[in-house]
Design a protein around this ligand. Structure first.
Ligand SMILES: [Zn+2]
Length: 360
């Protein structure tokens, strides 16, 4: 792939766009690690998710030495919701992690029930961060998380993100699968029901929608395939192994994914949409799990992504715009899948780097 760098016309892009600029990306993440730009003020509730993009991004870039490991661990643990006693685990609430301090409500002694709005996505991000920094998972009360997570699964197999309700769809089935995988405790999820819900979301065109009957979408398709893989319902490299007995329609899914690579080399989330950096991971990741990544055009994908690489470091959603943490992170994951040098390899299903250490 790197051979192609020499073939590219110097007039196609600015000189700063020619190569993946690892050092500049590290500086971009370091800056966001120390001070989040005011742009993110409105996302206070998603603090853990933003931290996940920064810390996991630094890990992909081989630069985890830039963070204060103890401070990160203490901060993440401070966002955990704890049951007061064993009985609390039956009160219907979820005892996971809060997105930020602002969603924590402190109990008063005579309160009958203090709502805690710990969230499945925040819990996924918290556990991913703790895993990346090498925290000892035997110190986490995984039984409380798994036992209370059960209350979030609906009878149709889908998951609510918080115990008070809100939207239920494939994203939260995926969060529950990752949480169970990271904790190595699957007691919080009825896998058969979850599988049936996922299968009901595969559309006539081969992709998956967020709900049964909805239009296929790149993010939903990733959540479906990664969840099935994490739960052990499908194998890796399905394209070469899968027979007609496979629980999903692989040829149709493969066709839908490959058609999402647009003429500019980038991936679109749905038909007739323009290419967007993040779908290089959402759909590229599905192709990787299916064992079909060799079928996409890596050279043109790389060229598209480099038009979204910011001169300030990070990646933007569309070419030549300002970067944001979400698209930067999925730009880094895409380059990791494209086997850029000096990047950690990915665990595609978990959405983080492969972990080889216990401590840094
Ligand atoms: Zn996007």
């Amino acid at each position: 792939m790197s051979d192609d760098d020499d073939d590219r016309s110097p007039t196609d892009h600015g000189p700063e766009d020619q190569l993946f600029d690892r050092e500049r990306h590290i500086r971009y993440l370091e800056m966001n690690y120390h001070i989040l730009p005011s742009f993110y003020e409105a996302q206070e509730i998603n603090h853990l998710t933003l931290a996940y993009f920064i810390i996991s991004g630094l890990h992909i870039l081989h630069a985890l030495d830039r963070i204060d490991r103890e401070a990160v661990i203490n901060w993440v643990l401070s966002l955990q919701a704890h049951p007061k006693n064993e009985d609390d685990l039956n009160n219907g609430q979820f005892y996971g992690f809060h997105g930020s301090k602002s969603s924590q409500f402190h109990s008063v002694d005579n309160a009958v029930s203090v709502p805690n709005n710990s969230h499945l996505a925040s819990t996924y991000c918290a556990l991913a961060i703790l895993k990346i920094v090498g925290y000892d998972f035997s110190l986490i009360d995984s039984a409380a998380i798994s036992k209370s997570m059960k209350h979030l699964q609906r009878s149709d197999g889908s998951f609510m993100p918080i115990y008070t309700g809100a939207e239920t769809d494939l994203r939260f089935v995926y969060c529950a699968a990752v949480i169970s995988s990271l904790l190595e405790n699957w007691s919080g999820i009825d896998k058969e029901k979850a599988k049936n819900y996922i299968l009901s979301c595969q559309s006539y065109d081969g992709g998956f929608g967020l709900h049964p009957g909805q239009e296929s979408h790149g993010g939903a398709t990733y959540c479906a395939v990664a969840s099935l893989r994490l739960m052990g319902f499908i194998e890796d490299d399905l394209v070469s192994k899968c027979t007609s007995s496979c629980i999903i329609d692989v040829p149709l899914l493969l066709d839908w994914c490959l058609q999402r690579q647009a003429v500019d080399g980038g991936f679109q989330g749905r038909p007739n949409k323009i290419s967007d950096t993040c779908y290089a991971f959402w759909i590229g990741g599905v192709l990787k799990i299916l064992g079909a990544s060799k079928l996409l055009n890596e050279n043109t994908l790389r060229e598209f992504l480099l038009t979204c690489q910011s001169q300030y470091g990070g990646f933007s959603k569309f070419p030549r715009e300002l970067p944001d943490l979400y698209h930067s992170y999925y730009g880094f994951t895409a380059f990791s899948m494209l086997q850029e040098t000096d990047l950690n390899s990915l665990n595609i299903e978990l959405g983080i780097s492969a972990i080889h250490h216990t401590l840094i």
